[in-house]
Design a protein around this ligand. Structure first.
Ligand code: SF4
Length: 246
C-alpha cells in the first residue's frame, strides 16, 4: 500500500487536514488506503441531493465569472432554486471591467514540510488592490462568523493565497487588503467576511505546520482512543468498516 504522505507529489488540502483532525483513522481509510465510500447513514439521500445542487451551482458560478452563458437548462433538477441563487449572485457581484475574476482557481505551494493545495471557488482581484476570496456553501445548516473564523479552510485558503500573491499579482500586497467571504445562497445575500493580517498569517502558518508535522509521523497502526473522536463517528461513512475492526 502506498502511503500518500511519503509521496512528493502529494499536497495537503483543507479536506485532508480536516479529516485528520476529525479522526486519524478516517484519514487512514481515505488517504492511505484510498477507500471512497458513499455514506449509507440516515439522511444520506438528502446529503447527496444537496451535494448535487451545490455542484450545479458551482458550475453556474464558474460560467458566470468566465463570461460564458449561464442560463439554467430546463431539464436541470431544482431549476427554480438554482435560478434564484444565480440571480442573487449577479446582484451581489456584478461583473466589472476593472476587476479580474478567477473562478475555480487552483493554487499549490511547497515550503519546508508544508505542501499545500486549494481550489478556490472565486478570487476577485480588484483594481484598487483589494482581494476577495469567495466560497459558496450550499449545505442547509447556517454557518456563524465564529465557525468560519476558525475553519481550517479559512486558514489554508488565506495562507496559501498570501504565499502565492506576489507571483500572481506581480506586486507586493498588504495583508489587510485580503478578505475571505463565505456565502450561503439559501440565506439571501448575507455573507460572512473574515479579514486578514500579518499576525494571522504567522499564526496560520504555525498551525498548518503543526498539523502537517503531526500527520507526517502519525503511526496509523497504533491503537486509537475512539471515544476521543466520537463526535465525528455520527456522520462518518466508514462506520461499518470501523466497527468490524474494533
Ligand atoms: S467511524 Fe469514527 S472512529 Fe471510525 S473512522 Fe469514522 S470517525 Fe473515525
Amino acid at each position: 500500500m502506498i502511503d500518500l504522505r511519503k509521496q512528493e507529489t502529494f499536497y495537503y488540502s483543507q479536506n485532508s487536514l480536516n479529516t485528520f483532525l476529525q479522526c486519524p483513522k478516517k484519514f487512514r481509510f481515505k488517504y492511505v488506503e484510498r477507500l471512497h465510500w458513499k455514506k449509507a447513514l440516515p439522511g444520506a439521500d438528502l446529503y447527496y441531493e444537496n451535494m448535487k445542487v451545490g455542484l450545479d451551482f458551482h458550475l453556474l458560478c464558474e460560467r458566470y465569472f468566465s463570461g460564458i452563458a449561464c442560463d439554467v437548462p430546463e431539464a436541470v433538477e431544482n431549476r427554480e432554486q438554482l435560478q434564484t441563487w444565480l440571480k442573487q449572485l449577479k446582484e451581489m457581484i456584478p461583473l466589472k471591467e476593472e476587476h479580474r475574476y478567477l473562478p475555480e482557481y487552483e493554487m499549490r505551494m511547497i515550503k519546508g514540510d508544508v505542501r499545500l493545495q486549494a481550489k478556490y471557488d472565486l478570487i476577485v482581484l480588484k483594481g484598487d488592490g483589494d482581494v476577495e476570496i469567495w466560497d459558496w456553501k450550499t449545505e442547509e445548516r447556517q454557518m456563524s462568523m465564529a465557525e468560519v473564523a476558525k475553519k481550517i479552510q479559512t486558514m489554508v485558503y488565506m495562507y496559501l493565497f498570501m504565499e502565492n500573491a506576489q507571483g500572481l499579482l506581480r506586486c507586493p500586497i498588504d495583508y489587510e487588503k485580503i478578505k475571505m467571504i463565505y456565502w450561503q445562497p439559501q440565506y439571501g445575500t448575507k455573507r460572512l467576511e473574515v479579514p486578514y493580517s500579518r499576525e494571522k498569517h504567522l499564526q496560520y502558518e504555525a498551525e498548518i505546520k503543526n498539523i502537517i508535522q503531526e500527520l507526517q509521523v502519525y503511526d496509523f497502526d497504533c491503537p486509537m482512543n475512539r471515544e476521543r473522536f466520537e463526535k465525528s463517528c455520527r456522520y462518518c461513512e466508514f462506520q461499518s468498516l470501523c466497527n468490524q475492526e474494533a
